[in-house]
Design a binder for this molecule. Sequence first.
Ligand SMILES: [Mg+2]
Length: 450
Amino acid sequence: MSSSEAVLDHVNTHSRPSDLRITDMRVAEITGAPFRTAILKIYTNQGLVGLGEVRDGASATYALMLKSRLLGENPCNIDRLFRRIKQFGGHGRQGGGVSAIEIALWDLAGKAYGVPIYQMLGGKFRDKVRCYCDTDADRPSGTAMGLRLKERMDMGFTFLKMDLGLMQIADVPGAVVAPAGSLEGYRIHPQPGLSKTMEERRAKNAVYDVHNVRHPFSGLHFTDKGIDLLEQYIHEVREVIGYEVPLAIDHVGHISLQNGIRLARRIEKYVPAWLEDVIPWQYTDQYRQLQEATTVPICTGEDIYLKEGFEPLLRSGGLSVIHPDILTSGGILETKKIGDMAQDHGVAMAIHMAESPIAAMAAAHIAVATENFMALEFHTVEVPWWDDIVTGLPKPLLDRGFITVPDKPGLGIDDTVDEVLRAHLQDGVTDIWQPTDHWDNEYSWDRTWS
Ligand SMILES: [Mg+2]
């Protein structure tokens, strides 16, 4: 044994990090925690397995198609491998593959060296991660919603979010002006799964197309009656929950900048923590107009891939809060960089998250290791088996509205619980961790310049 190997024997390593190699990549495609997601495992030659997760609603293919570019590599070279694959990610769900892999590489590096991810990022700014409870708009009145949010406060949540917008008033006569028939498409979402006929495929694609019309072109407008109803809703919510707790607002609907401004001004007196995704994030100048027209903090970011996607918005002054999803943004290191960049512009960072404890822990490591952090989304209060997906974490992971990051290597998770995953397979999926050999030699001459 060489002297350097002898030294390694006294270091708290679970492996020989320099000789660690990626040997395989597999997925478990599940649903209900709370949405459709693919949990990712990256395997190595030393028995270490890294965990990642492909974003809610995204295809596992976005990760698996990158397997051939990672086999045989040392997963500890996180940034180098990230830069190799980052051209294969995109905004929204298309960032899901690159981000899932980046997280699994951090988990492997942490396990290989015996260090928590937050420590590799530079250490802690805080011990506990404040979570905000997201609550979908499934209550008919503001009072009923307020009572539901009050229950969340009683559970310990110190930060809340709810929907307020088009879908709450779409069925009220005279509340929304819409081109005839156009509202129908918003009532249903594109569904995954098998299509039996060409007609089914066409119907599914038509729904997809409706949801991909950008807001300025939807032709939807709130009437004064519609705005009155939305104001009444948030008024009733505040009557129940009071003003001590921050309340963010999401899902305004595919309305124009001008309607967004009208709504924002009407709800200023209810002091929202932020108003989210009022218009597509691509319209930098419209964001600036929106923020300049209201005192409500304007927020976007869950569909933006990479730091450079956030930069124009931050420079424009169009945002008060950014809201990256680390499963779209490019993963752990990229999101820390995004948070630091936002801090330089005086813009706060909250983090979007709607997946399993794997995504939650990846976000939590960033949240403790980035100075610019306000709150992390929590979307699974109603999913009793959410904590059972993995072993090795405190149970429940969310304790009185906060997540505590353990001092364990990598993400801090020991393993997945396969019986739980098997009980929640997506339609058409027959089992978990199936061989992915057909991706081993995927190749094309991808260079974005010549
Ligand atoms: Mg949102």
